[in-house]
Design a protein around this ligand. Structure first.
Ligand code: KMH
Ligand code: ZN
Length: 284
């Protein structure tokens, strides 16, 4: 991995929705197609270059409905230059076979979680056979995976995946540490630095996000250690103590400001596309 000092800019990913929060409890959560596109446009303007999308149905419930997934990908792609990443994690209740249909919506990128993990009161299942099948699909369809790490052992599973299945489409290997999920690895500097130290040599970039209270400590550690950032209401609903997030743009703008102060300004979408080696699927 490159030492911190060689990373000149910051890839900011926004994860605006997730599958866990209820619209009734969090009205600012973007759940309709219109809210998703409006959020994407605002977050791109604020400094995001990649969007990690979970889709909701008309009742604001998490869904893997192929029509709605395609509508979301097309809508964001038409309105922005953001790298469009679909979640293949979905909700903890989503069956594995349905999660394997996500790439039919033709995203630029997809999440690929590198193992099973505790997830609050539930279990987020990612058995080895599922990881391999999803990875092979991504390679065949020229979709760039983002390898999600919820536990330190997942870094070792990524090593195994690269050994057995080779490099992703485009040859870049981008990892995202998701830290502070209840029951999984904590969002502390020590654990993030341990994870970074374990990364396979093939990894070309990494980002990190902290859930809830871990949001800012993980952000600060990632920037200091040469990593990139993921922010958004999937991971954090509070801007500050007593101040709920009112729009995902706020989290992106704060991340961009801190990154700029640390001389690591936000990456443009063009730079992000090159850094991740995504295939250009935009209409010309
Ligand atoms: N919603 C979590 C169960 C991903 O997007 O790939 C899984 C998740 C990871 O959010
Ligand atoms: Zn997600």
């Amino acid at each position: 991995m490159s030492p911190a000092r060689t990373v000149a800019s910051t890839l900011i990913t926004v994860a605006p929705t997730g599958a866990e929060s209820a619209k009734a409890e969090v009205p600012a959560l973007p759940t309709t197609p219109e809210e998703l596109v409006e959020t994407a446009v605002a977050c791109e303007q604020a400094g995001a270059a990649l969007i990690h999308i979970h889709v909701r149905d008309r009742a604001h419930q998490p869904t893997l409905d192929p029509v709605l997934l395609k509508e979301a990908v097309d809508g964001v792609r038409e309105a922005t230059d953001l790298v469009v990443q679909l979640s293949t994690g979905g909700a903890v209740t989503d069956p594995l076979d349905q999660r394997l249909t996500v790439l039919d919506a033709d995203p630029d990128s997809c999440s690929l979680t590198c193992g099973t993990t505790n997830f609050g009161d539930g279990v987020f299942l990612n058995p080895w056979g599922f990881m391999v099948e999803l990875y092979r699909q991504a390679q065949e369809r020229e979709v760039v995976p983002e390898f999600e790490i919820f536990e330190l052992g997942h870094v070792h599973a990524l090593r195994r995946l690269l050994d057995e299945c080779g490099l992703p489409f485009g040859g870049k290997v981008h990892v995202d540490f998701v830290m502070g999920v209840p029951g999984a690895m904590p969002g502390t500097p020590e654990v993030l630095l341990a994870g970074v130290a374990m990364l396979p040599a093939e990894v070309t970039s990494w980002s990190a996000t902290g859930i809830g209270r871990a949001h800012l400590p993980v952000l600060a550690t990632a920037l200091s250690a040469g990593g990139h950032l993921r922010v958004g209401m999937e991971d954090n609903l509070m801007y500050a103590k007593g101040q709920p997030v009112s729009h995902n743009r706020e989290l992106v703008a704060r991340a961009a400001e801190i990154a700029t102060l640390l001389q690591r300004p936000p990456m443009s979408t063009t730079e992000a596309r090159a850094a991740l080696a995504v295939k250009d699927r935009r209409a010309r």
